[in-house]
Design a protein around this ligand. Structure first.
Ligand code: SF4
Ligand code: SF4
Ligand code: SF4
Length: 301
């Protein structure tokens, strides 16, 4: 699979069609993978693909990284779950479909805890895979210019499984005070580092509402009121857009269960609008579309 990937990258860079291949490479000690930006055909041997390729590299196609844009047309190595973010970005006009070459990787899952994979002798066991992998319906990449790897025949369970879904059920069973207490306890740990925002390719505003101070909408200090505003505003801004890639929770240094809030909002959007984000670059997220003629609410008209 890696040989095929490197060959494809070499071909793209060699033809001059592509200025940069954004992919995964080893860190120095080969214990983790790290994003690599390959601009020369002779460097394509640095590309790897394995169970350590957790990062969602789509963030490098946002305006947060003008240096990457300056490298020319990008080809991006993407798992199906990463492609979902690309689909939302295209739907939201962040780039045109033809502006990026998507190298879709067939995938058998990744492991969030690299040390556990190492402890298993490099083997990826289901118990150390994130919830998204257990329920994944895009192991064969759904939108790609080239697909690398063998087609997989994995079928996700009919009812989604995993800790996130169990937690959602638990929280739903609580009364309002219990639910508030649950989130109060978690949000109280937030240190406003904004790693969740920085790692997310769908948090791409030039100026985030939390950085605005005339007027100031969100208290910038890390205390209960400001933390609630920040986390709830972010969840609302991602509603109907978040693809449950899991990067924000993975990046959070204080382990706030952001996957729970994001997934709950995704379930609400599916129930209310029959919408699942990241499957079709032609479909806009429901919260940003109006249907003035048919909307039941008078105030819209
Ligand atoms: S969610 Fe699917 S595509 Fe993404 S890492 Fe897991 S198995 Fe691979
Ligand atoms: S899971 Fe987090 S990082 Fe991924 S799209 Fe949703 S909000 Fe962004
Ligand atoms: S990554 Fe975690 S601690 Fe940092 S701002 Fe986001 S929720 Fe708060």
């Amino acid at each position: 699979m890696e040989a095929e990937l490197r060959e494809k990258a070499k071909e793209l860079l060699g033809s001059g069609e592509i200025g940069v291949v954004i992919g995964f490479g080893w860190n120095k000690r080969k214990t983790r993978t790290t994003p690599v930006f390959i601009t020369k055909a002779e460097d394509t041997d640095k590309l790897v693909f394995n169970a350590y390729c957790v990062n969602n590299l789509s963030v490098y196609l946002t305006r947060k990284y003008p240096d990457v844009k300056a490298m020319g047309k990008a080809a991006i190595v993407a798992k199906g779950c990463d492609i979902k973010n690309l689909a939302v970005m295209i739907a939201e006009g962040q780039f045109k479909r033809d502006d990026t070459y998507i190298i879709g990787m067939t995938c058998s899952g990744v492991g969030y805890k690299q040390e556990l994979i190492e402890a298993n002798g490099g083997e990826l066991k289901p118990e150390i895979m994130p919830v998204k992998c257990h329920n994944c319906d895009v192991r064969n990449p759904h939108i790609s210019d080239a697909v690398i790897g063998e087609t997989t025949d994995f079928t996700p369970p009919e009812e989604p499984v995993g800790m996130v879904f169990d937690k959602i059920k638990q929280i739903e069973a609580m009364d309002a005070k219990g639910r508030f207490g649950f989130w109060e306890e978690h949000f109280s740990r937030c240190i406003k580092c904004y790693a969740c925002r920085q790692v997310c390719s769908l948090c791409y505003c030039d100026r985030c509402i939390t950085d605005k101070n005339t007027p100031q909408w969100i208290d910038s200090s890390a205390h209960a009121r400001g933390n609630f505003s920040w986390n709830l505003v972010r969840a609302m801004h991602l509603t109907g857009r978040c693809t449950f890639c899991g990067e924000c929770e993975r990046a959070c240094p204080v382990n706030i269960p952001l996957n729970v809030i994001n997934k709950k909002m995704a379930v609400v959007m599916e129930d209310a609008f029959d919408h699942r984000s990241g499957y079709d670059p032609e479909v806009h997220p429901p919260m940003i579309v109006f249907d003035i003629e048919n909307d039941k609410e008078e105030f819209i008209k």
